[in-house]
Write a protein that binds this ligand. Structure first.
Ligand code: MG
Length: 217
């Protein structure tokens, strides 16, 4: 069973929701329009790789990109959660990677197929330990970075989200319902690029928590 870490304990993961195109500059770098409502896709829990485990690239892709994202852990589930109540449902905040086989995704987009093979392979999701929600006053004012081999590749600021955290929780809880243990990947800022064997990826959430993974050689 997939688990994540909160306050030094294992929390079983329920669903893994992801939001696409949630930063205008990233939508633009891939030539995508901004969406009128959140663009949602799912990853299987088997996509999660524990911290320190090697990131294996799928053999069927030649263009696997990093997407560094704020990740939410739902503590209290619910349906039709109002934006004003949304943050009370969050148990913690973390920093993670939505690894994406961009070449496979491009074909899927052309054919109108789901993105699962591009976004759901083993190793397609990583997440740091979670910072307890009570330690963060405002998830709308967070900066985060991704370094690859010591160089900053992505720099995010959650104030630039097109759908902020309360809007995402309201939307997901209304359409799908949210459960304790759900993870929500909230979208990537600009700067996505391909990784290669041996790359070291270091993620940091505003100095509160960091984590590192290496791409298998
Ligand atoms: Mg993403």
């Amino acid at each position: 069973m997939a688990v994540v870490q909160l306050n030094g304990r294992d929390v079983p993961v329920a669903n893994v929701f992801c939001i696409g195109r949630n930063y205008a500059a990233h939508a633009a770098e891939l030539g995508n329009a901004v969406e009128a409502e959140p663009l949602v896709f799912l990853k299987p829990t088997s996509a999660l790789v524990a911290e320190g485990e090697p990131l294996r690239l799928p053999a069927y892709s030649n263009d696997v990109h990093h997407e560094c994202e704020l990740v939410l852990l739902i503590g209290k589930g619910g349906h039709d959660i109002a934006e004003s109540e949304a943050l009370q449902h969050v148990a913690g905040y973390a920093i993670g990677l939505d690894m994406t086989a961009r070449d496979v995704q491009s074909v899927a987009k052309q054919k109108g197929h789901p993105w699962t093979k591009a976004k759901g392979f083993r190793g397609a999701a990583t997440v740091s330990a979670f910072v307890p929600a009570e330690r963060l006053a405002d998830p709308g004012q967070l900066s985060f970075t991704l370094q690859v081999n010591g160089e900053i590749r992505q720099r995010g600021d959650t104030s630039l989200m097109l759908f902020p955290v309360p809007a995402i929780i309201h939307y997901l809880s209304t359409v799908y319902g949210l459960s304790e243990g759900d993870l929500i990947y909230t979208g990537t800022p600009e700067g996505v690029a391909a990784v290669k064997p041996g790359d070291r990826l270091r993620l940091d959430l505003q100095g509160l928590v960091s984590a590192e993974w290496s791409v298998a050689g």
